[in-house]
Design a protein around this ligand. Structure first.
Ligand SMILES: *Cc1c(COP(=O)(O)O)cnc(C)c1O
Length: 367
């Protein structure tokens, strides 16, 4: 029984380094990639407590509910946060980050989301990374839905900390988070004084180098991760990204064809597409329609966006057959609520994007 592997046995010590190596390959970095036994937020917390001291100044790009989580974390650990706010649906411009860093030369970290899952908007990770790289600050990216849905050149763009989570593009249940650490980040960690224990990355790294995890891991998740990583490596991380990007493009095309408005039209994420409910309609009814009529799962808006938008995910295992169905279902749901819909119009938009990509040989079969 594979799930009975004890974590201090040779069986586990054979498995764990392979998983860490595959993870590093999939992240595409020469830096360290460690695993925390937690949901994504645990690794976000680790990326605060391991690299800063009380009162340290950080710049936070806050463009939605997950940006607000960075702000909460910074507050909980008494950092001095300069918060750059973007309206929901927009993102913080790299130029604003540059200006904040010029004004605050003592900044020790720049924190943001690659993809702000709550609004369906994506930051310009490359530009923010390259701006931050020129300063002493660490570039810290919540890429929990960015990994596997958008290109992330961790070493080339100067991304010091990149956080991923098991339940997003890694396609396994929640309960593991991943964190890459650059040499620049380790150097800053040496003088970082915030208290830490469970999420002590130096301890985690020391144990990882011996083929073990610091604490008792959820072994069944590690086994699942090993399989997921095999699948991703076989497909190619770039192909997983292309698949998400193409699905996102097709979803946007379908929405516009159906007369719907995108929530983040200027910087749309490829992890999730956020669409505004038609005027006078509560998006909760669309979410319910998907679930009750078709057993399909889409997401409502979070916080004040609840009832205003609905979100269709593209990460991981989703493919075109899923999207053909989702858009056909959406047409039926809108029609049943009295919204004028010409059946097939949205689906045809998805078909066109798919067919064009096939003829341009862009399609990666996600099987
Ligand atoms: C899902 C998600 C998280 C994860 O938080 P959990 O602690 O795993 O619930 C964090 N950031 C972003 C951008 C996410 O999409």
């Amino acid at each position: 029984m594979a799930s009975d592997i004890h974590h201090r046995t040779q069986d586990f010590i054979k498995l764990y380094p392979t998983v860490l190596r595959d993870l590093k390959e999939v992240f595409g970095t020469q830096g360290d990639v460690l695993i925390t036994v937690s949901s994504g937020t645990g690794a976000l917390e680790a990326s605060i407590t391991n690299f800063f001291s009380e009162g340290d100044k950080v710049v936070i790009c806050c463009a939605g509910k997950f940006g607000e989580r960075w702000v909460e974390l910074a507050k909980a650990f008494r950092l001095n946060a300069v918060v750059l706010m973007a309206e929901y649906g927009s993102v913080v411009a790299p130029a604003a980050v540059e200006a904040a860093l010029n004004e605050n030369p003592d900044t020790k970290g720049v924190l943001f989301q690659a993809s702000e899952t709550s609004t369906g908007a994506a930051h310009d990770v490359k530009a923010i990374g390259e701006i931050t790289k020129k300063t002493g600050a660490l570039c810290i990216v919540d890429a929990i839905t960015g990994l596997g849905t958008m290109p992330l050149d961790i070493d080339g763009w100067g991304l010091d900390i990149v956080v991923g989570g098991s339940q997003k593009a890694f396609m396994i249940p929640p309960g593991l988070a991943f964190i890459s650490v650059s040499a620049k980040a380790w150097a800053q960690s040496a003088s970082a004084k915030l208290p830490r224990l469970y999420f002590d990355l130096k301890k985690e790294k020391k144990m990882a180098d011996k083929g073990e995890s610091a604490w008792t891991p959820n072994v069944s998740h590690i086994l699942a991760l090993a399989e997921a990583l095999k699948y991703i490596k076989e497909l190619g991380m770039d192909k997983l990204v292309e698949n998400a990007q193409l699905l996102a493009k097709a979803t946007r095309a379908a929405a516009l064809e159906l007369g719907l408005e995108l929530f983040a039209p200027d910087a749309p994420s490829s992890s999730v597409t956020a669409i505004k409910a038609p005027k006078g309609m509560d998006s909760s009814d669309i979410v319910k329609g998907f679930r009750n009529q078709f057993g399909s799962v889409i997401a409502n808006g979070q916080g004040t966006m609840k009832g205003q938008i609905f979100r269709i995910a593209h990460l991981g295992y989703f493919d075109f057959p899923d999207l053909f169905a989702m858009v056909a279902e959406l047409e039926i749901i809108l029609h049943s609520k009295g919204i004028p819909v010409e059946f097939g119009k949205g689906v045809a938009a998805v078909q066109r994007v798919y067919a064009e990509a096939v003829s341009a040989k862009e399609v990666a079969a996600v099987k």
